[in-house]
Every structure is written in C-alpha cells, then in structure tokens.
Design a protein around this ligand. Structure first.
Ligand SMILES: Cc1cc2nc3c(=O)[nH]c(=O)nc-3n(C[C@H](O)[C@H](O)[C@H](O)COP(=O)(O)OP(=O)(O)OC[C@H]3O[C@@H](n4cnc5c(N)ncnc54)[C@H](O)[C@@H]3O)c2cc1C
Ligand code: SF4
Length: 569
C-alpha cells in the first residue's frame, strides 16, 4: 500500500472493484451494488451516457458530410477498428496508435474502449448453451472438462434474460434450450420458406427466429430501467436512445447507479491487481493509470471482478506480478494466456431467390434467422470435431432506373422499385482451444500507459478448415433443396478474432493444475478475484457468447457476496 494517510486510504477503499463497464462488467456492477456493496467501476475509456451521448442516433443520411463513408485519411488513423468505419459509428472506433498490440500471427482484436464497452456495438444475438456444449470437452477429449453443467447456469440464464429482455420463440430444441422470451421477431417469407424446406427434408436441421436482446414487448422491469419498445429502426449501431436493445449504458449501469452504491471512474486504465502478501490467497486492490494525467494510483477492495473483455483480462492478470506469482496472478499452472479460442466465421453462402415478388421487407428486422448446430451433436459423424451454427437472412434490394434526363431522371431516382430477393448465410463455428494458441506480454514494448503490449499468437487448425468446407457443402445442399439460384459459397480466410468472440486464457475447471478458475469463476489461488468475461471460457460452443458471460457474472456475484457475508473472502 502506498504511503498514505488513513483518510486517503479510506477514500480509495471500496467493498468491491469491477474492472470494465461492458456487458459483463455492467452485470457485475448491478449485482454487487444491488446487494449493498459500495462498488468502484473502473473503465479505461471515456464516459458514454445513455441517450445523450449517441451523437449520430437521429441523423438522416444527408446530415453526414460524406453520406456515411469515411475519407481515406480518417480511415488510416483508425486502422484496426474495421467494424466501425462509417461516419455513423466512428465515435466507437479507437485510434491505431493509441491502443497497440503485437500480432505475432494475424489476429483481429476489436475493442470498445468507452463506458459500456462492446455492449453498444454488439449484434444482440443471445442463445443459451446446452449440455452438448458444456459436456463437449469431456466427450470429445479436448481442453479440460467444464466444472459446471447446464443445470448450474439455467436459473441464471432466466435471471439475466428477464432483466435484459430477450425476444425469441420456444422451439423445444435440445441443443438450444428455450429461455424467458418476449415475443419473437418474425422471420420473413424467404427465411420461412427455408425453415419449411428443412423441416420437410431433415429431422435435425432447423431455422428458428433469432433470439435477440430487443424489447419486443417491454415488461414493468424494463420500464423501470427507463427503456422502451424497439421500433425496428435498425440503427442500433449508433446507440439506441429508446433503450430498445440491451446495453450496459441503457440497463445495468443506470440500475447500479440508482442504488447509490456505484462509483464509476472513466479514464482509469487498470494496470494490474495487487496481491496481498500479508493475507496469502487474497488480492488487496488494483493499480490504475489515470488516462489524463498518466499518474499511477491504487484502489482497494475486498473483492475484485475482472471484466475488461477476454484478452484485456488476460493482459491484466499476466501483468499482475508479485513475489508469490512471478508469472501472473494465480498462474501456478503456467496456463494463464493459453488455450485462446474464438468462433469460426469464415464461411458464407449466398444465393438469389426467385418469386415472393408480392412481399416486401418493410418493417425491418434488427435480427435474423438462426440455424442451430446440427453436426456431431449426438455422435461423431464427420472427420472434424464439433460443429457450427449459421445465421440466415433473406432480403430484397432496390432497383433504380437511371435512364433519362432532368425531371424524368429525378422522378425515377426518387421512386426505386424493389429488386429480386436474395438470401445469405454466415457460419458460426466452434474452434477447439489448443495450448499453442495463446497471448503473452511483450518483454520490451509498452503502451502509452506504461503497460506491456499484448502479443497475440493464434492460428487456424486443420479442424477449422474442414469445418468451413463442410459448412459450405451443407449450406449449398440446403439452398439447392430450397430452390435458390446462383448459389455462391466462399471461405473468407479472415484472420482469427474477426468474429469478435475471443475467449479463454483464464479457463474454468476443477483442478488447479489444469485450470485457473473454479466453478464460481474464482481464481483457485486468489480467492477474492473473480473473472467472469470471455477469458473464463473453457470452450467456445457455437452460440453467441455474451448471454453466457452475463449469467456467469450474476451467478459469481451472488456467490461472492454470500462468501463475503460468511467472512470466507
Ligand atoms: C460488431 C459486434 C457484434 C457483436 N455481436 C454479438 C452478438 O450478436 N452476440 C453476442 O453475444 N456478442 C456479440 N458481440 C461480442 C460482444 O460484444 C462481447 O462478447 C461482449 O461485449 C463482451 O463483454 P465484456 O464485458 O467481456 O467486454 P466489453 O463489452 O468489451 O467491455 C470491456 C470493457 O472493459 C474496458 N477495459 C478494457 N481494458 C481495461 C483496463 N485495462 N482498465 C479498465 N477498463 C478496461 C473496456 O474499455 C470496455 O469498456 C459483438 C461484438 C461486436 C463488436
Ligand atoms: S432497431 Fe430497435 S433497438 Fe435498434 S435502434 Fe431501432 S428501436 Fe433501437
């Protein structure tokens, strides 16, 4: 502890510290504050207030100086923020030089460095895991067995779904457990057609309404958060002033703030966690670099939740060095940073659709259709492990007649006609975590805050390549059966991480020799530190991951507070 007066230490001391204010950090903040803990939320980026800090939310296309596109010089400044390369979303992008990392092998690391994190950027798809996923590593002999099963997390899925507001249909599929749903957003005619074709031709393949975090029919709990019904504006990426979709900014953070127990500190870059040499097996607080002054300071608490997103959480733990843990906090096993995995989004199949010309796409769908995993579910049936889900979306473009001149041309441009229907599908494959795929600290280079740069060293395996080929073959077969024309299948060969679902490095497990966290997301060797973001994931499944982070976080927070009450922490 630095040389401070008792009053100064008191001012820096809280019951709990949460690192990061994104999807998982927002949940940690809500749960801990609601249970009465004075909680400090440390966020490296700027503040973003719900509603008032969404500068492009209500702009019209002609309000943007470049009609949405960005000039090349601006694009160059934000090189790595590829997903946010439009005028409407530039406020979420980060400048290349300010937040560097080292790609030993190409790796796309998309970050949202502001209050709310990537909860303002996500596509809001939210599916539960099933036991086909939790039992996967044990059944197929990879990574390490999960210390939990579906029954452990099911009540927590229900808990977070009711608060966040998840729309969906109860489909009764064992690989995609049903949840606490608001009414689903309907599939359009092409997606429904594909659903019917699959039902006729296969027993195990389904298209269901995407389950997504949109308020299709808000409940009292959502109005209490100040949120309103989704109006299908499909401008979600700009931030939704209505709170029509779930974000930390619209939901968990204001809830935490209303308890009077939260102190949110933006511009606070967490450097490391302080190990308490006087109380073995405990951390005493965190070291923070102030984003403006670059001064190092310390904050103290009884429990610490690490929620800075998967790879940042690895970085913080690797950088938390003490005489007890010279290789990173809790890292007796030497596995910290290893078994990084992600989702395989390389495959895409698209086609043209004949007919349905009496139907339009008015009343846009901010979600899409979803095909749950069907490969290798009940038994191993291919020459690759695990499987893939797929997003499915049908749409209809518009055709502008550009013939003619003057008033005729203007009139044709102002009355575009609906074009033919098209359909596309994108792959969401499970990657199998392997030890070689890892992150570590660069031994020489540091970022502007004096923190070692993260080195990403991860690559595809033969299993991933085979899975992409199978996806392209199977989707082509299904599209052919549906009568779609001009089917095109492609492997983008994109870099790992492009899916923005990076996971692992601080995995859960039963045995401290082969895992970092126990079944409560608690570091085996440092009991008051909990890691509940993607870093904790033992394997990746095929579902979008954030709903599982939310449920694990709420579950761990409940456990932590109970342990605190029992004076076990
Ligand atoms: C375009 C896009 C689409 C997506 N679609 C989906 C989807 O449909 N479904 C789904 O489940 N997921 C989706 N995701 C992924 C989803 O956004 C993430 O899984 C989720 O946000 C992770 O939550 P988190 O709390 O771990 O991290 P984040 O939400 O990223 O929050 C981490 C926070 O920690 C802060 N932080 C980082 N380092 C530090 C530090 N050293 N000190 C202090 N603060 C720090 C960051 O600034 C950030 O605010 C999508 C992501 C993107 C970008
Ligand atoms: S589609 Fe719904 S959630 Fe998205 S911006 Fe529109 S109203 Fe908000």
């Amino acid at each position: 502890m630095a040389n401070l007066t008792i009053d100064a230490v008191k001012a820096m001391t809280f019951d709990a510290i949460v690192i990061g204010s994104g999807i998982s950090g927002g949940w940690a903040a809500k749960e801990l504050c609601q249970k009465g803990l004075k909680t400090l939320v440390l966020e490296r980026g700027r503040d973003v207030k719900h509603g008032t800090d969404y500068p492009t939310a209500n702009l019209n296309p002609w309000d943007f100086p470049h009609r949405g596109q960005l000039p090349l010089d601006i694009r160059a400044e934000y090189g790595k923020s590829r997903s946010f390369m439009r005028e409407e979303t530039l406020q979420w992008a980060i400048k290349e030089g300010e937040q560097p990392y080292v790609e030993e092998k190409p790796f796309t690391w998309t970050r949202g460095y502001h209050v709310g994190g990537k909860s303002l950027l996500w596509a809001r798809q939210t599916q539960r895991w099933s036991d086909f996923d939790f039992e996967g590593p044990a059944r197929d002999g990879f990574a390490v067995d999960w210390p939990i099963r579906y029954t452990d997390i099911a009540p927590w899925y229900s808990y977070v779904e009711k608060f966040a507001g998840i729309s969906g249909n109860k489909d009764g599929l064992p690989q995609l457990p049903d949840g606490e749903f608001l009414p689903p957003i309907q599939l359009n005619c092409v997606e429904t057609h594909l659903k019917e074709v699959l039902a006729k031709n296969y027993q195990d393949r389904h298209v269901v309404q995407g389950r997504c975090a949109h308020l299709t029919k808000p409940q009292p709990i959502h109005y209490q958060q100040g949120r309103a019904q989704c109006m299908h504006r499909t401008l979600c990426v700009r931030g939704c002033p209505l709170g029509g979709y779930f974000s930390s900014n619209a939901s968990t953070l204001p809830w935490a703030e209303n308890t009077g127990n939260m102190t949110l500190r933006p511009h606070s870059v967490v450097h490391s966690i302080i190990y308490d040499e006087k109380r073995p097996g405990r951390a005493s607080g965190v070291r923070v670099v102030d984003g403006h002054t670059k001064q190092m300071m310390e904050f103290y608490a009884k429990i610490i939740f690490v929620n800075s997103s998967a790879l940042s959480s690895n970085l913080i733990l690797l950088n938390s060095i003490s005489s007890r843990f010279p290789n990173g906090l809790g890292n007796d096993s030497g596995l910290l940073g290893k078994y990084i995995a992600w989702h395989n989004y390389r495959g895409r199949v698209s086609a043209q659709v004949e007919g349905f010309l009496d139907k339009t796409t008015d009343g846009k769908n901010p979600s899409n259709g979803y095909m749950p995993r069907f490969r290798n579910l009940h038994k191993q049936e291919t020459d690759f492990l695990r499987g893939y889900a797929a997003g499915v979306g049908g749409g209809r473009g518009s055709i502008q007649n550009r013939d003619g001149l003057g008033a005729d041309l203007k009139a044709s441009l102002l009355t575009p006609q609906p074009g033919p229907w098209n359909v596309s599908s994108w792959m969401m494959g499970e990657t199998v975590p392997i030890e070689k795929n890892h992150v570590r600290l660069d031994t020489l280079q540091k970022d502007p805050y004096g923190i070692p740069l993260l080195v990403t060293s991860a690559d595809w395996t033969e299993n991933d390549d085979k899975m992409v080929n199978d996806y392209m073959e199977q989707l082509t077969e299904m599209f052919t059966l549906a009568g779609f024309k001009n089917i095109k299948a492609a492997d983008s060969h994109s870099a790992p991480g492009s899916d923005i679902h990076e996971m692992g490095g601080v995995r859960m497990g039963r045995d401290p020799k082969t895992s970092l966290l126990n079944k409560w997301n608690q570091l085996h060797h440092c009991k008051n530190v909990f890691v509940t973001d993607g870093a904790c994931m033992t394997s990746t499944a095929t579902q979008n991951p954030s709903l599982t982070y939310m449920a694990l976080t709420a579950r761990a927070a409940n456990f932590a507070v109970n342990e605190l009450k029992k004076k076990n922490l």
